[in-house]
Design a protein around this ligand. Structure first.
Ligand SMILES: Cc1cc2nc3c(=O)[nH]c(=O)nc-3n(C[C@H](O)[C@H](O)[C@H](O)COP(=O)(O)OP(=O)(O)OC[C@H]3O[C@@H](n4cnc5c(N)ncnc54)[C@H](O)[C@@H]3O)c2cc1C
Length: 520
């Protein structure tokens, strides 16, 4: 198996280059950024409700104080910017999203000086994943040897983490956190000047700033004019909390390659384990009429590792079942003077690999560094042109995590197609080989080594490994045919995702002119 894997990995380097080259030649010219098309809902009239001297009171308005908004508020506040954050609900969120931060995300948290936000919330350290398939299991550790002993994944209650970041941001004298729902962006001659929002008491107010950053999350109502949102919902997650049980592999995320699609388990406190059951499609069995409990008991429970099965059944019986659509949306911005999108409002990927917070935090680091040399944000058009480099500079991290999430989700789903079955089996066995075969993919997934080319190489190494197993020791015409279909279905999985990410930005960012923009 190891020999096969080695030869597969050598072959794939060649194949990876050929495939990317062919794809690059064959594709139509990647979307150019284009000029701003800002059609916002509110038009601004001269001088309306600005401060007396006609200037804004703040430098930056942030819409939404979730993972991205709260982290950004603290980051920009620390840089000396006057920041106003408008958040719909300042009470502690209680949701099933954003509970596992990859080690790459933890490194970004450290870069932003926010690492203490995972302290005092009973966060659990995560050192890797355990993968289960048909009664077999394999352990995939994060390659953390080169890092400080503090660095690892962290899992926690999302609301506790967000509250810690909100508190930290609000403690800065130049950051104002206000409860209110932003209803529209204010536009004046194609430039976003601020926002209109409704306070808790129902008062309609307007706020102005040279830059508005929209971080209103996956259900964003405000993104429409700032990007071309192509949202897909391949599946939903059904969330449960298992209490007082011991996972088979302590301090590890658990991924069960179940039928029809994966099941995840990871600790979110010292006494609770989150379970996320993927249900393909946009509809889930009804919780209220008991269909969901029935589905979980009859279809899912038999596939749960025996060590946690009782806790799983007890969680179903307790009845606190939550669901959430799993959305994916490539970043397709309309660069608009005066405004920027961040977080899930801007870009989403399947949450199977828990990459969303890592991408959001990595984007904040990129934006902070870009804004650092600029004292004056008032020339909106120049600022907008300069910030176009953000869309390229973020790509190595964002596109690697996004592509891996989409591709791995498809590979991990059960399928009646023999070629897809072989690919799934090959993926499990390839990762089980250990060494470079598990370290490579795991370091991509964890954000520790986000390199798009390495991702393509490993992806095709898995495919070639699968073909090798089919053809050796004796190839038959049927097996050759399945092998060919395996390569073709692997290509059909990964290339559309890469195309949506943008081949040029992903693999050749240095050829994108905006990459070199300097502040003027
Ligand atoms: C089921 C599921 C599980 C996930 N698990 C993980 C995981 O384990 N690890 C990981 O890294 N990522 C995970 N993700 C992704 C992760 O949750 C997101 O990437 C992350 O939360 C994005 O942060 P955000 O700030 O953009 O959005 P959010 O954290 O959702 O914040 C948006 C904020 O905007 C506020 N808001 C919305 N509209 C308005 C408005 N009009 N006015 C004012 N405020 C507004 C909301 O109240 C909210 O506070 C998961 C996603 C899903 C769907």
């Amino acid at each position: 198996m190891v020999d096969l894997g080695l030869s597969g990995s050598l072959l794939v380097v060649v194949l990876g280059f050929v495939a990317v080259f062919c794809f690059f030649i064959g594709r139509s010219k990647s979307k150019t950024d284009g000029s701003a098309t800002s059609t916002t809902t509110t038009t601004l009239y001269n001088g309306e409700s600005r401060s007396k001297d006609g200037t804004e009171d703040v430098d930056i308005i942030i819409v939404g104080a979730g993972v991205a908004g709260a982290a950004l508020a603290h980051t920009l506040g620390k840089e000396g910017r006057r920041v106003k954050v408008i958040e719909r609900d300042l009470t502690e969120p209680d949701r099933i999203v954003g509970e596992l931060l990859q080690p790459g995300g933890y490194l970004k948290l450290q870069e932003l000086g926010l690492e203490d936000c995972v302290e005092k919330i009973d966060a659990q350290r995560v050192f890797g994943y355990a993968l289960f398939k048909d009664g077999k299991s394999t352990r995939l550790s994060y390659p953390l040897e080169k890092f400080h002993s503090d660095v690892s994944g962290r899992s926690f209650h999302n609301g506790r983490f967000i509250q810690r970041m909100r508190e930290k941001a609000a403690a800065l004298p130049n950051v104002k956190l206000e409860q209110g729902t932003v209803t529209s962006l204010l536009e004046e001659k194609g430039i976003i000047r601020g926002v209109q929002y409704k306070t808790k008491s129902g008062e309609e107010l307007k706020a102005y700033a040279p830059l508005t950053v929209v971080c209103d999350g996956c259900f964003s109502n405000l993104r429409r004019t700032l990007c071309d949102p192509k949202v897909e919902v391949p599946s939903c997650f059904v969330g449960l909390v298992l209490e007082n049980c011991q996972l088979p592999h302590e301090n590890h995320g658990h991924v069960i390659l179940a039928d029809p699609s994966p099941i995840l388990f990871y600790p979110i406190s010292s006494t609770e384990v989150r379970c996320l059951v993927d249900v393909p499609g946009q509809k889930v069995p009804s919780i209220s009429n008991g269909e969901m409990a029935k589905y979980l008991k009859s279809v899912v429970a038999p596939q749960v590792p025996p060590e946690i099965k009782d806790a799983f059944i007890a969680a179903i019986d307790k009845g606190n079942i939550r669901t959430m659509p799993n959305r994916s949306m490539p970043a397709a911005p309309h660069p608009t003077p005066g405004a920027l999108l961040m977080g899930d409002a801007f870009n989403m990927r399947h949450p199977l690999t828990g990459g969303g917070m890592t991408v959001a935090l990595s984007d904040i680091v990129v934006l902070r560094d870009l804004l650092k040399p600029l004292r004056d944000l008032n020339d909106a058009s120049t600022l907008c042109r300069y910030l176009e480099s953000f869309y390229t500079l973020r790509k190595p991290v964002a596109s690697t995590i996004n592509t891996l999430a989409g591709a791995l989700y498809k590979v991990f789903c059960a399928s009646p197609d023999q070629a897809r079955k072989e690919m799934r089996e090959a993926c499990f066995d390839y990762l089980s080989l250990g060494g470079v075969f598990s370290e490579g993919p795991v370091s991509l997934l964890s954000g520790l080594n986000p390199r798009p080319l390495s991702l393509v190489c490993h992806f095709f190494a898995v495919a070639i490994f699968g073909v090798g197993r089919l053809l050796l020791p004796f190839p038959s015409p049927k097996r050759i045919w399945i092998g060919a279909r395996l390569i073709s279905s692997a290509s059909a999985i990964i290339f559309p995702i890469i195309k949506a990410e943008g081949v040029r930005q992903m693999f050749f960012p240095a050829t994108v002119p905006a990459y070199y923009r300097k502040p003027s």
